[in-house]
Design a protein. Sequence first.
Length: 403
Amino acid sequence: MSVETIPSGAPSPPVAETAPLLRRESIPDQLWRDWRWQFRNRITSLDELARWIRVAPEEVRGVRATQAESRMAVTPYYASLMDADDPNCPIRMQAIPREAEVHDSTAPTDDPLAEEEHRFVPGIVHRYPDRALLLVNDTCAVYCRHCMRRRLTFTSEAEINRDDVDQGVEYIAHTPAIRDVLLTGGDALSLSDERLLELLERLRRIPHLEIIRLSTRAPVTLPMRVSPELAKEVRGFAPVYMVTHFNHPAEVTAEAAEACAHFIDHGVPVLNQSVLLRGVNTSARLIHLLCMDLIRQRILPYYLHQGDLVKGSEHFRTPLSVGVSIMEELRGRIGGFAIPRLVVDLPGGGGKVPFGPDYEVRREGSAIVFRNFQGREFTYVEPPHGDAAVPFEEVYLRKRGMG
């Protein structure tokens, strides 16, 4: 077997041909655990895909319909999680294009959150007063078909280069209101260790920047990318948080858990945000399993996103009522710390807003009647005084230098 490609030199079989499929066991362990090998050997064509799964007609049509204008790339690791015979496999649905991508017409834009309006320099999106996105690249190990930033990641025309990132760092350094920065793109862990650590060092030298977050799907799609050595180095720039993106319990593998554990064990908390995807995870049972699997690995469920109105992913979107129904099922059946916040990122750059079930039934004078997760009613009586002032507040704020 070649050390660079899979499998050995034999020509690719036709897509329609039934042939023995590759499995994890087909690859020497030394190669499999090398993230650079995984990255070099990403699946980018139908012929390569046919080595791992029996490609369904709708997938063939999808790849061919989208190949002229969007990237497809799947790591061998992520492909190994696919059900080889079922096109409804949640891993396949997230990674392999479908024809619907080119026919989705109701989504009005490829920039649903109006990020370009808040992109004051190429490497920065600054929507909220106290925090900003630093776009570090346009590269991912796997190009998720539901990506809301596909205008940057699905083509090579919008490349984010080192100069763009440098301008972004300078923007943060000259904007004292920014306390919190999220390194994203693309994927923060698509950077080399050296480049990532250099960037963290530059950011940590900015006096007003308090919090650094790394946005990455590497634990899900390329877990061998995360080493104990990298996690230890990242911990040196604390407080640093890792925000990752598990959508389905099938993604919470031993390898993925180990990758997250490297960060957690070295003092870097790991948060997860999921997206509701039609046909992938839009059931309360699956979200419940996902949350419990994450908590068992010490990963905190953070956000459950309603799908964005982005061109090419309309077939994944669900009615708002689906998310509300899922939250209803979770409440009272799983610990509150394990329940993500259901949010919608408002079109046009309005930012994230939480929404969910309404538990207030009615008001009776100073009493509010609530229902619980079982549908039973309980009364909470408001206090007779409505003043919520904090007399010591100004004194304390002056002590903090904020008066």
